[in-house]
Design a protein around this ligand. Structure first.
Ligand code: FEO
Length: 402
């Protein structure tokens, strides 16, 4: 079957996933450090596979399973999440393994049927609070609707105190290290934050609800096993707490200035805006879109208090990269931001109005009057741009007392 081996995580649980060193585009998200698709094998009287992997990685997973048991011995498959990075090879695996039972949430059963056109008796639905006996151990389920798909659920193995959390608490990070404490803390922070900003942000209120639900359940979790990135064993409290904090989307004395530029006019204004922000003690991240990916902008916005946007007008529109980034950000529904808009133009200048509309749709109030400069900004224009930064900075300082 291949040379890949499983990694033992606990008495009963093995990691049998796949490492994708090369993936860089995950439906629009720049996965600079690759990813893993984690699947887990539980060895008990009923041998159970938790989730599968992206289709091209099926053999890698089967090879890891084969290093523990022949795959045909799997009795149960649990699908915690129907997205294809975890189910792409499910029909083939079902064919190869012929499990006695396949479990998913009711919404998962529906989603799997819509993906793979399964007959109605293929998947057995389970609800929050239900559990199944695997022999010595039992596996219980908690539905986590819209985190981040309607079908999502997590499973908990009582004997080994393991929570399988599908996308929850995960990150896109390819590594041969399997546990959080084997990787640098700053890498974990960067990638977990990026994952939250790009995948979970629109569902922040539901994350807050889930965190409360998990607290109420008071499960003893010794190992937290997401479907991407490392397994948490040392800093479980840390990642749970980070999610709780990120979901609140608190304002802060940080500003993100995104801009695109044709002949450096809007670029010069961006520098002047940043200077004004700095004069008020604001920490500023200037992100020219020629060098900033939409998913990095989303990550920067996660803990910021202001989003300031600059675009030239081209053929009556904002710059295409700006339209891309604003469309993406609008979908992520960031909250508690204030904003401002600037730009430059030759003969019409519609971009500023179009950007203002985006910010209005995103419920980002403007903290300063927009600035639209004909061709190249002069010294007075740059002073006005600086004043935008000052005005936004003053409002942030007022909003976020130290
Ligand atoms: Fe990792 Fe939502 O799939």
């Amino acid at each position: 079957m291949g040379p890949c081996t499983a990694e033992k995580l606990t008495d009963k649980v093995y990691w049998v996933g796949a490492i994708d060193w090369g993936v860089r585009d995950f439906h629009g998200y720049l996965t600079s450090r690759g990813s893993t698709y984690n699947a887990f094998l539980i060895i008990d009287e009923k041998i159970t596979l938790i989730d599968t992997v992206k289709k091209p990685f099926m053999n890698e997973m089967l090879s890891r399973i084969s290093s523990v048991i022949p795959p045909e011995k799997i009795d149960i498959i649990v699908s915690n999440h129907a997205e294809m990075d975890h189910t792409g090879c499910l029909p083939e695996v079902i064919n190869a393994v012929k499990p006695k039972k396949i479990y998913a949430s009711a919404m998962g059963k529906k989603a799997l049927a819509a993906h793979f056109h399964f007959e109605d008796d293929v998947v057995t639905p389970v609800k929050s609070g239900e559990s199944i006996s695997l022999g010595e151990s039992s596996l219980s389920f908690v539905e986590t609707r819209m985190l981040h798909w309607p079908d999502s659920m997590v499973s908990y193995l009582d004997t080994d105190k393991v929570m399988f959390s599908q996308d929850g608490f995960g990150m896109h990070l390819a590594s041969t290290e399997r546990f959080d404490d084997q990787l640098p803390a700053y890498v974990l922070k960067q990638e977990a934050e990026k994952y939250f900003a790009n995948i979970l942000l629109p569902f922040s209120p539901m994350v807050t609800g889930l965190m409360k639900k998990l607290e109420d359940l008071n499960l003893d979790i010794e190992l937290l096993c997401p479907d991407h990135g490392p397994v948490w064993r040392s800093d479980i409290a840390g990642i749970l707490n980070s999610w709780k904090e990120w979901a609140l989307q608190k304002s802060s004395r940080k500003a993100v200035v995104i801009y695109d530029t044709m002949w450096k006019s809007t670029g010069m204004m961006a520098e002047a805006v940043a200077d004004g922000l700095v004069s008020q003690g604001i920490s500023v991240r200037v992100m020219p879109l020629s060098a900033s990916h939409r998913s990095d902008v989303a990550t920067a916005v996660l803990d910021a208090g202001a989003l300031i946007v600059g675009s030239p007008t081209i053929n009556g529109q904002m710059f295409p990269r700006m339209a891309d980034v604003l469309t993406y950000l609008k979908g992520l529904k960031p909250k508690n931001l204030i904003g401002a808009v600037f730009g430059s133009y030759g003969w019409s200048g519609e971009a500023v109005k179009h950007v203002e509309q985006f910010l209005a749709d995103m419920k980002i109030p403007l903290a300063a009057e927009s600035l639209n400069v004909n061709y190249v900004p002069g010294i007075e224009d740059l002073k006005k741009a600086n004043h935008i930064g000052v005005a936004v900075g003053k409002e942030l300082v007022e909003k976020c007392p130290e």
